[in-house]
Design a protein around this ligand. Structure first.
Ligand code: NAP
Length: 282
């Protein structure tokens, strides 16, 4: 499958990255173009995709191209078209199912819209991405899929239930994909980032009671970078990891060794006593 003898090279291959215009998705794209992969950035905000593409073209090596496609991962036709576009660009063998977001709130006050929005994007969106990508990967002799989960996949985060459930489901989706499609030389793995400063986490990163709690639970004592995650994703997409499938790998400074983050100060500020249903405490 590799056009180069260097197992780290991704030259001549195409990667679809959902949510590739910002944050962790863009960090993955930077790593991939630097080893020659052509990337297809798929998201809703086309202006942001264009400026990401402009930056990535300055980093591209070995003939790597950068393509953008407007895509809403909650819309099946839109995802199918993004996969078709990826296949039209070249040898489509790699997928980064990264699009996602979270909400904060107690279970008893979580609206059905918030629940459906998070599950629809993070879990159903990844399902649609994998569903429509795998026929192309299979036709191309196989490939590698990486889903961006979270420390929230295995570890509870009070007041973030839709997000945690979406990531736990995503990890089972990855294992299902790995088990069912290994026979087509398709690998599937998840990465579990800890706290990384991005648009999505700006409020947490800028609120000392929360960010300090995160860092206090990390043996390596610092928040992550998009490069920390991108390098792991690049490894999982490359032939260097050709016997690794069905795993979920933490990239979180060791946070998973300790307890989940405490975002209660946000909830207390926003809701006071209403953050819990009325009733006696134990
Ligand atoms: P981000 O910069 O806000 O990236 C999220 C991306 O998802 C955006 O580019 C957004 O683009 C895209 N997206 C959202 N809904 C979409 C939809 N319906 N269709 C297509 N694209 C959609 O935040 P991030 O932190 O990099 O998050 C990326 C992933 O990492 C998420 O899955 C998140 O759960 C995960 N993660 C992040 C952290 C962290 O600390 N940052 C930790 C663990 C896991 P558009 O708005 O243009 O569509």
């Amino acid at each position: 499958m590799n056009s180069s003898s260097d197992p780290r090279s991704l030259a001549g291959r195409v990667a679809l990255i959902t949510g590739g215009g910002s944050g962790i998705g863009l960090g993955c794209a930077r790593e991939l173009v630097s080893v020659g992969a052509t990337v297809v950035l798929a998201a809703r905000n086309v202006d942001r995709l264009s400026s990401a593409a402009q930056e990535l073209r300055t980093l591209a090596t070995n003939g790597a191209e950068v393509v953008t496609v407007a895509c809403d991962v909650t819309n099946e036709d839109s995802v199918r078209e993004a996969c078709e576009k990826s296949a039209a660009v070249g040898l489509f063998t790699m997928v980064v199912a990264n699009a996602g977001y979270g909400t904060g709130g107690p279970i008893h006050l979580t609206s059905l819209d918030d629940w459906n929005g998070v599950i629809g994007t993070n879990l159903t969106g990844a399902f649609l991405t994998i569903k429509h990508a795998v026929p192309h990967l299979s036709a191309n002799g196989g490939g590698s899929i990486v889903a961006v989960s979270s420390i929230a996949g295995p570890v509870t985060h009070r007041f973030m239930t839709p997000y945690d459930v979406s990531k736990a489901g995503l990890e089972m989706l990855v294992r299902q994909t790995a088990d069912e499609l290994g026979c087509r030389n398709i690998r599937a793995n998840a990465v579990r980032p800890g706290l990384v400063p991005t648009d999505a986490t700006e409020a947490m990163v800028n609120y000392p009671p929360v960010v300090d709690d995160y860092v206090s639970q990390m043996p390596l004592g610092r928040v992550g970078t998009t490069e920390d995650v991108g390098r792991l994703v690049r490894f999982l997409l490359s032939d260097e990891s050709s016997w690794i499938t069905g795993t979920c790998i933490s990239v979180d400074g060791g946070h998973h060794l300790r307890r989940g983050p405490n975002i209660e100060p946000f909830m207390e500020m926003a809701l006071g006593e209403a953050r819990y249903p009325a009733g006696p405490s134990n």
